[in-house]
Ligand binder design. Structure first.
Ligand code: ANZ
Ligand code: ZN
Length: 872
């Protein structure tokens, strides 16, 4: 076939993609011969660290492998370019975050080129680019249209000194602002949310379709989404104005023990009484400052709740422990039925607010004995387990097991339209508002007459105004730019104000892999046809630190885009990532002084060559050595750029893959790279040696008349080829791929040394070695190929990018026999496999004419003669 080559900036030859015509032809349906290999795009901090190096080596090796196998590979790269570090750098240095980001991108791109990461730069995406964030806004508007973007009050961290909102990461564990040192206050602010909870059920259920995701990631997602099955019940009230109080319970059988109902402060009943009750208003303001587990309550004197089962009247409190947004189906506020006898929080609350009231229990506790039998238990209250039987106050339910009582109580209430079973998800709607400059402006205009009005699609993008510098003080940066804030209402034309919050940067990363497919589209975020063809991504590689939020948001947005017809992924339940690979952490060699437990800098330690281990220069003592997460404070960081500069990209790539399986932690020890370097030198040396011997044909094929040693050689190489191919293709076992490369090289060198394999056959398999090392060590592969093409004649048509196919293992006609005479193993003899069938006398006679036979068999009376085979 034709050679498909292309020069890159760093002079390494790369296979090109298929040409445009080819691509269209193949794109006619969702191709089984296309591969979308995605690695998590980096935040452009300016330096590539070891973690980046590891992901991109994995993804680039797979990229090159699949290209060699003839797949059309999509292997894009981009920049997760909005976010806090740029804003902080801008504030600290008085520079523009856009400039800072641009410089960092240039640096990191160069580092990626240095490591020979072969990305499709024509698909590059930068999230702070208006062409990109325009479509963040577009997606936001679609969510808004579909009732999935809305505003509500939510808590923020307020720095009272700098008068600014802080991200959670900017508040330390003691609640102190990292910037001003002030005690951070909690404030309520109207903010934007996305309705991910509407997708909770599918996000949870569809995890089962993700067969090629690590179990632990799926478990984390499952737990994060959470699921609680219970019942939604309707309590009555004794006030005409409020017919019902809706609440969620997992323990409907405890209705018999309900002693109060607690409401969150957003509940309409609370808002109603707050209008006329200044003390209640004061309590509500204080509530924000109370800790989450506070048991302080406020009794509503003019209203009582009516138990739907027992019809008993109970008091209603306002209580800080009721979470306003849980279990209430997006209705404002929430309520809890308080059962002091069977719930910790209710117990504590009751103790504080009605200490003199007796506690009513409705469950006779049971406990499990060691022998699995059950016995009644005299347990102190609250008894919170649901193991037990309904007590005598429970009318017709008396004596039933709790679970059975629960089911029939809910059924009864259901028949009276006072309740039904529900499943609640723990996951909260996604708060996307950030009071920050360096992010996507939320495309909304607030009008006094019309309320919040979406910016019309034709007016997108709402551009982030350029600034010279950002100040840390005075609140939301965009609100301080009048030219940005002041706008006309798109609906009525009167003066109005723009939304000044920007979007959480997780929004940017929730769909970037769609944009890669169509990065220059001006009209739409991407062409639905291209997405239908290429989503789900085949292999997604990245850090396990994104196991929850990023992956969940990406799954949500993908399912949403599917729901509005932006792509057809029904077959895959609109899941965006078919296979997920979470690479392990890269750990650094860490030295600790055993005398004081301090971390030592590398130059405080030296190798004691006599003792063969490191010692502390100052004391001569041996340090403690361990591998830990790289960090500045432990002086155990390693710089990929230095490693590449010193050892070259190929050795660095092979080393990083060789040290451990990709999903395990990697203990980075640069010293060990020497083994890889020696191997690479052997590959080049052997190529030179063999090619100098004689002239070869580049298209020689495995001969049919192989000798025994040749067959053995051939078979060994086929086994290695198969193992290497599957290491990439099936098992993603890239560390064993490297060890197979080394074995492959040994087999070639031994064949040359032993002179038992004809040179043409050796050369044929050297060619294969050069092809299969290309994914990991592309420049060494190119160098070796160049040597052959220069030394030999007419090799221009050799396509060394072609992945060699695994040939049949050839059965040898020969066998190695062990000759055993009178119970003693004497020597080995290799001959045709049915040689022994010719009869004992003939065999011995033949053997006597061999050198070993002459020695062991002549002049002897042989009592017992045995030929054994299959011994090796
Ligand atoms: C009565 C009861 C009795 C409850 C009992 C528990 C034990 P999970 O499992 O987390 O879903 N609850 C309901 N809505 C709440 C809200 N908005 N804020 C705070 N708590 C709320 O918990 C469900 C239980 O949490 C519900 O069941 C309810 O208390 C409480 F012996 O109802 B339970
Ligand atoms: Zn208006």
């Amino acid at each position: 076939g034709a050679r498909w080559k292309e020069k890159t900036t760093n002079g390494v030859m790369l296979p090109t993609q298929f040409n445009e015509k080819d691509r269209k032809k193949r794109a006619a349906d969702r191709m089984k011969d296309s591969m979308y290999i995605l690695s998590m795009f980096p935040y452009p901090s300016g330096t590539l660290h070891m973690g980046h190096l590891r992901v991109y080596v994995i993804s680039d090796s797979l990229n090159r492998f699949f290209k060699q196998r003839g797949y059309e590979v999509i292997h894009p790269m981009g920049w997760d370019a909005f976010g806090l570090p740029a804003e902080n750098a801008a504030i600290a240095r008085g520079i523009n975050p856009a400039d800072w980001t641009k410089q960092n991108i240039a640096k990191m791109k160069e580092q990626m080129n240095n490591m020979l990461a072969n990305f499709d730069w024509d698909r590059e995406v930068t999230t702070c680019d208006p062409d990109y964030y325009k479509f963040n806004q577009w997606i936001f508007l679609k969510l808004y249209e579909n009732g999935l973007a809305y505003q509500k009050e939510a808590e923020i961290n307020w720095d009272p000194v700098d008068k600014t909102v802080l991200a959670n990461e900017q508040v330390d564990s003691n609640g102190i602002s990292w910037r001003s040192g002030a005690k951070v206050e909690k404030r309520q602010l109207k903010q934007w949310f996305l309705g991910i909870t509407k997708f909770a059920k599918d996000l949870r259920k569809d995890l089962y379709t993700l067969k090629k995701w690590p179990e632990n990631v799926k478990t984390m997602q499952r737990n994060w989404i959470g699921e609680s099955s219970g019942a939604t019940l309707l309590f009555g009230t004794d006030n005409e104005l409020f017919k019902h109080i809706q609440l969620f319970t997992t323990r409907a059988e405890t209705l018999f023990a309900v002693q109060f109902v607690a409401l969150s402060k957003e509940h309409p009943i609370v808002e109603h009484y707050a209008k006329t009750d200044p003390k209640l208003r004061e309590f509500i303001t204080i509530m924000d400052t109370l800790p989450d587990d506070s048991k302080t309550g406020y009794l509503l004197k003019d209203i009582k709740a009516i138990n739907p089962l027992t019809k008993k009247k109970v008091s209603i409190f306002v209580a800080p422990y009721v979470i306003g947004s849980y279990g209430s189906d997006n209705e404002p506020g929430a309520a809890v039925m308080g059962c002091p006898a069977h719930d910790e929080r209710d117990f504590a609350f009751w103790h504080e607010n009605s200490p003199n009231e007796p506690i009513i229990s409705c469950i006779d506790p049971f406990t499990l004995l060691e022998d699995d039998s059950i016995t009644a238990l005299n347990s102190p209250l609250p008894y919170t387990y649901d193991l037990g039987s309904m007590s005598e106050i429970c009318a017709e339910y008396h004596g039933l097991a709790t679970e059975a009582a629960r089911a029939s109580i809910v059924q009864k209430l259901r028949s009276e339209n006072l309740g039904h079973t529900t499943i609640n998800y723990k996951i909260r709607d996604w708060l996307i508002s950030r009071q920050r400059y360096w992010g996507t402006p939320i495309p909304i205009i607030h009008c006094d007459h019309c309320g919040p009005v979406p910016v019309p699609e034709k007016d997108l993008p709402v551009m982030l105004p350029e600034v010279k510098t950002i100040t840390a003080k005075g609140g939301n940066p965009l609100s301080q730019i009048p030219e940005f804030v002041n706008a006309k209402c798109p609906s009525c034309g009167s003066d109005a104000k723009r939304e000044t919050d920007t979007m959480d940067t997780f929004m940017d990363s929730s769909w970037y892999f769609f944009r890669y497919l169509d990065p220059k589209n001006k009209e739409l975020p991407f062409d639905p046809k291209l997405a239908s063809r290429n989503i789900p991504v085949d292999i997604y590689i990245g850090g396990v630190e994104h196991a929850i939020l990023h992956l969940l948001y990406a799954r949500f947005i993908s399912k949403f885009l599917g729901s509005i017809g932006m792509f057809d992924g029904a077959k895959f339940k609109f899941e965006p990532f078919k296979q997920l690979v979470t690479q392990g952490m890269v750990q650094g060699k860490t030295y600790i002084n055993p005398e004081n437990g301090r971390f030592l800098k590398p130059d405080e330690v030296e190798l004691d060559t006599a003792k063969g281990h490191p010692i502390i220069k100052a004391t001569g003592l041996a340090p403690q050595v361990s591998y830990e997460k790289m960090s500045k404070s432990k002086y155990n960081g390693a710089d990929p750029n230095q490693c590449i500069a010193k050892h070259g990209p190929d050795a660095t790539r092979a080393h990083i893959l060789f040290q451990s399986p990709i999903t395990d932690a990697l203990a980075w020890d640069e010293v060990k790279i020497i083994g890889i370097e020696r191997w690479l030198i052997r590959v080049i040396r052997h190529t030179m040696v063999l090619s100098k011997e004689q002239k070869y044909a580049f298209d020689y094929t495995t001969p049919s008349d192989m000798t025994d040693p040749e067959i053995e050689f051939h078979n060994e190489i086929q086994r290695l080829l198969k193992s290497i191919t599957q290491g990439f293709d099936i098992y993603l076992s890239l560390n064993t791929v490297i060890s197979d490369y080394m074995k492959f090289t040994n087999v070639l060198e031994n064949a040359y040394k032993n002179k038992t394999v004809r040179k043409e056959l050796q050369m044929l398999n050297l060619q294969k070695l050069i092809s299969v090392i290309y994914p990991v060590t592309p420049s060494i592969s190119e160098e070796a190929a160049d040597i052959l093409m220069k030394e030999q004649n007419g090799w221009e048509n050799w396509n060394h990018y072609q992945w060699p196919s695994v040939e049949h293992i050839t059965q040898t006609n020969f066998k190695k026999f062990q000759i055993v005479v009178d119970g003693r193993a004497k020597f080995y003899y290799t001959t045709e496999k049915d040689f022994f069938k010719k009869g004992r006398d003939h065999v011995i006679e033949t053997l006597k004419h061999t050198p070993d036979g002459r020695k062991y068999l002549s002049d002897k009376t042989i009592k017992k003669f045995v030929m054994k085979f299959n011994i090796i």
